[in-house]
Design a protein around this ligand. Structure first.
Ligand code: ADP
Ligand code: MG
Length: 348
């Protein structure tokens, strides 16, 4: 479908030649990186504040489909999803490491594309790529990224700090990435039927971009700082709003009321939902991969975010532990359930 240009075979490079090729343009930008790629280990100076570490593993066929994922986008996304976790701690990412296992089906050019995407994300978010590991895989591509960041202890935000009456807020809009995936899956099915037909993504740019090229909400973290708001709890939305709301509430030992008509959904997502005969709220609640932030703020901070174009209050916290009320536009409230992504299959 999408062309991932492939010419130079992996076998024509040794492991060291390959690492060299992929990392030769990397320049260290952060003063906290004392030694990057090239020695047995990187050396960092993170003595100021607390250190935050997070890892994500992406497996071909499980987390991404090479039929419709351009490698540059995949590289970009693999970095961004890790940075999103660092921001969700209210911390600032500073370094990443990248490990890959690659099958011989991949070419050097393909890996260069992957790294071009990773390095673009590193540049955009001002983080250094300081190391990793490279090995072969019996089938497909596996990417493991670890992100490191720092925060002052007093600024760290955990999932467990939500209090009764706090406002529940989200950044951006939800459900788009899931609709993007639906569009890509549909075009893949068409292509499989008839490889002569080129994918037609016109009119779906927004949702496809939400799926293929997500951004981490660094800007929202900065905005909250400027507004002098420290969220009481926070999580990034990788598995769908419903499961993330439940994560926050469970860890904070509280309940919540969530108003369906307050969930921000872009008009492009609405349009795509109509076509796929999907309920937009369901896409937002259970879709996932939006990489927006879900957080709670104290009631006294409401005035600071009122009318804000990127932050939406969608409900509030209650003291009824375990009761997660979704209040529909019309009708009785229902208990929110998490149908988020489950890595081992089956219902959560
Ligand atoms: P070692 O044998 O000690 O594991 P390697 O030869 O694997 O060393 O790695 C050499 C250097 O290249 C190290 O600094 C390592 O962190 C870095 N490196 C290896 N693979 C990657 C990769 N895929 N991406 C970025 N850096 C890498
Ligand atoms: Mg190694």
């Amino acid at each position: 479908m999408f062309e991932n240009k492939e010419t130079t075979k992996l076998s024509s490079y040794g492991e060291f030649g390959l690492i060299d090729l992929l990392t030769k343009n990397i320049k260290i930008k952060r003063t906290s990186t004392l030694k990057g790629i090239g020695d047995d280990a990187a050396v960092l100076d993170l003595t100021r504040g607390k250190t935050v570490v997070t890892t994500d593993l992406l497996v071909e066929g499980v987390h991404f489909d090479m039929m419709f994922t351009p490698l540059k986008h995949l590289g970009y996304k693999s970095i961004v999803v890790n940075l999103s976790d660092v921001y969700a701690m209210n911390a600032t990412p500073s370094q990443v490491t990248v490990s890959i296992a690659v099958s011989s089906r991949y070419t050097v050019d393909a890996l260069e594309e992957l790294y071009a995407g990773m390095l673009l994300a590193c540049k955009n978010y001002h983080v250094d790529l300081v190391g990793g590991d490279t090995t072969s895989s019996a089938s497909g591509l596996v990417i493991s990224v670890t992100a490191i960041g720092t925060a002052n202890q007093k600024d760290l935000v955990y999932r467990n700090g939500a209090q009764n009456r706090d406002l529940l807020c989200v950044s951006g809009d939800l459900g788009g990435a899931y609709l993007g995936l639906q569009v890509l899956e549909r075009e893949k099915a068409v292509f499989k039927e008839n490889p002569e037909i080129q994918p037609d993504l016109s009119g779906y740019d927004y949702v496809v971009e939400r799926q293929l090229k997500p951004e981490a909400r660094k800007d929202v973290i900065e905005m909250l700082k400027e507004l002098h708001i420290k969220p009481t709890s926070m999580i990034d939305i990788s598995d769908g709003l419903a499961s993330e709301v439940i994560h926050l509430c469970k860890q904070s030992k509280v309940g919540c009321k969530l108003f369906e008509d307050r969930i921000p959904i872009d008009h492009n997502t609405h349009k795509a939902c109509e076509e796929f005969n999907l309920n937009p709220s369901t896409a937002a609640l259970n879709g996932g991969e939006d990489y927006e932030l879900l957080f709670t703020i104290q009631p006294k901070d409401y005035d600071k975010i009122k009318g804000h174009t990127e932050i939406y209050p969608i409900g509030h916290i209650t003291d009824v532990e375990g009761k997660y009320d979704l209040i529909p536009t019309n009708g009785e409230s229902v208990q929110l359930t998490a149908q988020g992504w489950n890595a081992f299959g089956g219902a959560e």
